[in-house]
Design a protein around this ligand. Sequence first.
Ligand code: SF4
Length: 282
Amino acid sequence: MRVKVIKVKEALIPSGLPDIDWAFNPYVGCQHGCIYCYGREYVSDREVARYWGEVVGVKENVVDLLKHEVKHKKLGVVGVGTITDAYQPLELEYELTKSSLNVLLGSDFKVSIQTKSDLILRDRELLSKYGNRVDVGVTITTMNEEIAKLLEPGAPPPSRRVRVLEELSESDISTWVFLGPIVPGLTDDLNTIREVVEVAANTNSELYYDKLRVKNFMLMPDHPLYRAARRALRYRWGRLFKVITEICRKYGVRCGFGLDYSASVSGESRGVISLDEFAKKH
Ligand code: SF4
């Protein structure tokens, strides 16, 4: 693991994500090293992109920049950790996320945090203090620890992520589960989906789902997702999404597609299928 301490010119970047005005990423790269991570496609540092998970940049001046920017930039929702995990292990030492949250929340911005780490519980008191301006999403692709380890080698196991949802929702913080990316052949079976929806139900969380978005790096024959990525290209995602919606309805969980639903399922069947039909096929 190599750490690069760097300086940046801007802390808050206009976001192209729905419902998020600003993107805030205190680190460049991510120690969690998920094998599907799209983040590597959005960083300009070639070394970080190439050795994703092994080289991470620490933006040493980001908190000072933020203190200045909150006085001039338009109030809105800040997505914390859009192409990094703001609670990766380095945060324990550098505390850039914690300091930045103090600045943002102390300046009336709203924050939407997405993480896979229970390190966020360190900041529970702060998040709870500003609970009406905070929501926290926890990514759970599967409750199966072995598969999670394969997909997300440096991230805490799913059981620790569940604890985050439990503890934050007990503190009256809005929580959501991100079920994604769904990987054909690994995390698209009925049991996996049901277990994750159950977590959302038990922790009073909403749920967002997303498909595996195939990127060039996954289509290299030696990449561990090669077969899954090829399957994903011809997968009938629309059918799966209907099933997820049906399971969520049964559990009383509010759910929705993580990104642009219409763009991602165009040309595929939108017919509703039953759980039995789905189970037979998988
Ligand atoms: S935790 Fe998120 S940012 Fe980090 S490697 Fe995994 S998908 Fe990428």
